[in-house]
Design a protein around this ligand. Structure first.
Ligand code: PMV
Length: 314
């Protein structure tokens, strides 16, 4: 029996993280340089219904039936089984690998879910359409994030730049002039669930102030969209800086993120901000193509454990 495989890219949030949880828009784009991959192969030696799951990166090597409902890979598989009404799948092994760093704001959880849902549904003979893949991955995101906006699963499923508003139909963005960014990883793991939870507590304690922060981010996101659609790429740098400033007020930045964004600007970036949940993970800097390598080198020298240069809208 052939193997069924699927992969899904990482992603970055260019503008609007955190505010997106509160109904404001955000802009995110796929990052094809890193990927999650799922491969499903039939295992005729095992008994019917046995699904073996292996993900070496998280030390997982277990049978589906032995995994709790909260285990994200098991949840993705169970989501497919429930959606298709399959009670006893043919015995098989599911192997998951990923080059997307974990808990770093690059969408590793969503990419793994999307790859698993696609590969497993194809194995069962019913490859699912993107809308369903997206919905099932969103259910798993809830285990990772608590109250996710759904932006990660959406951008990863459709693998295109998106203007995203929670609960609304997906809008892909037409990027008039592709632009380069450098992504720098602080190397500090930071679960999104924690920073999202802390912002929620702060919002509950001071709603007027936080709603005003979210409204400012909304304005930045809409200006960024207009700049991307009209090709006025140079406007995106100051917008990134402004977005980072508000994320600092939300207390989701940290010393390492502030330092790397500063280093990027000093090395010639046109603007920089943290991306994703914050408190660690990655930052992103807008660069002219010719200064991308210099900015990446400066970030590495300042302690970034990994840099990725990617072009948005290509
Ligand atoms: O940390 P990431 O890249 O998974 O992004 C989370 C983005 C937030 O806006 C902070 C949360 C969300 O669900 O949208």
């Amino acid at each position: 029996m052939p193997a069924f495989s699927a992969s899904a890219p990482g992603k970055i949030i260019l503008f609007g993280e955190h505010a997106v949880v509160y109904g404001r828009p955000a802009i995110a784009a796929p990052v094809g340089q890193v990927k999650a991959k799922a491969i499903v192969t039939a295992n005729p030696k095992a008994s019917d219904g046995e699904v073996h799951i292996q993900a070496a990166a998280i030390g997982l090597d277990a049978c589906l039936d032995d995994l709790p409902a909260t285990q994200p890979l098991a949840a993705a598989v169970r989501g497919v089984l429930a959606h298709l009404g399959v009670k006893h799948p043919p015995a098989c092994s599911l192997k998951v690998t990923s080059t997307i760093p974990l808990a770093a704001g690059l969408g590793s959880g969503a990419a793994v879910s999307v790859a698993v849902v696609r590969a497993f549904s194809a194995f069962l003979g019913h490859p699912l359409p993107d809308t369903i893949v997206n919905d099932l991955a969103f259910e798993v995101e809830k285990l990772h994030h608590g109250t996710p906006s759904g932006i990660d699963n959406t951008v990863v499923t459709y693998a295109r730049p998106v203007y995203f508003v929670k609960g609304q139909p997906i809008e892909t963005l037409q990027v008039a002039r592709p632009f380069a960014v450098v992504i720098g990883d602080t190397g500090i793991p930071s679960p999104t669930k924690v920073s999202v939870g802390d912002v929620r507590k702060a919002w509950q304690a001071n709603k007027a102030q936080y709603e005003a922060y979210f409204d400012s981010i909304h304005g930045i996101v809409d200006s960024a969209r207009a700049a991307m659609e009209s090709g006025a790429v140079e406007l995106l740098g100051p917008l990134m800086d402004a977005n980072h400033g508000i994320l600092r007020k939300l207390e989701v930045s940290c010393e390492a993120l502030d330092a790397l964004t500063l280093v990027a600007r000093r090395a010639g970036a046109l603007g920089a901000k943290l991306c994703g949940g914050g408190r660690g993970g990655n930052m992103v800097a807008l660069v002219a193509k010719e200064s991308a390598e210099a900015v990446a080198a400066a970030l590495t020298k300042a302690g970034a454990v990994r840099t990725i240069v990617t072009e948005i809208g290509k």
